[in-house]
Design a protein around this ligand. Structure first.
Ligand SMILES: Cc1cc2nc3c(=O)[nH]c(=O)nc-3n(C[C@H](O)[C@H](O)[C@H](O)COP(=O)(O)O)c2cc1C
Length: 169
């Protein structure tokens, strides 16, 4: 079979369309610098290795969290539950950064970063590498704490909509 290489614009359009249908888990990634907490909605999160336990978070270079994670190493990945859609909206721009954290919803980890008390899962990491690529930087974090709730269901994002997974038939 011969594969022809499509023009760049076609590849970009097709890749965008493919990623739109690529289900992803919705998280809020948090960091802290100079006494200020900040968080943003992120779906580009995946595990890297179990030895050492580590994950990667891909952040757009233009975001404030990107700047923060270059300056200080600790961050937390808070996986939202299906009931926490409003938090995803708030942390992706609908609410001003200084108004995103409701004190009753967040608790501070000993590393300094805040974690979402009612999250489906929480993973606290220390950045061990930051790899710039294109418009984004891959922040690799070594896991220093992890928690998952066995009862709640994670919030997913697919085709520009929030969803929840079902066991396959
Ligand atoms: C469902 C969803 C997933 C997102 N995933 C990412 C992501 O993986 N990486 C990223 O840099 N921005 C992602 N964003 C965009 C940021 O959340 C958004 O740009 C945010 O407003 C940037 O934060 P700031 O306003 O605090 O700078 C996502 C937004 C949504 C709604």
């Amino acid at each position: 079979m011969t594969l022809t290489v499509a023009p760049n614009e076609t590849v970009e359009t097709n890749f965008r369309a493919m990623m739109r249908k690529f289900p992803a888990t919705v998280t809020v990634v948090t960091g802290r610098n100079d006494g200020v907490d900040h968080g943003m909605t992120v779906t580009a999160v995946t595990s890297v290795s179990m030895d050492p336990p580590s994950l990667v978070v891909c952040l757009n270079n233009r975001t404030y969290l990107h700047e923060m994670l270059l300056e200080q190493p600790n961050f937390a990945v808070n996986v939202l539950t299906q009931k926490q859609r409003p938090l995803s909206d708030a942390f992706s721009g609908k609410v001003a950064p200084e108004d995103r954290f409701r004190p009753d919803e967040w608790e501070r980890h000993s590393s300094g970063v805040v974690m979402l008390a009612g999250a489906h899962a929480r993973v606290v990491c220390r950045r061990v590498a930051a790899v710039p690529y294109g418009t984004h930087t891959l922040f690799i974090g070594q896991v220093i704490d992890a928690f998952v709730d066995d009862v709640t269901r994670p919030l997913l994002y697919e085709d520009a909509r929030y969803c929840v997974s079902q066991p396959a038939a």
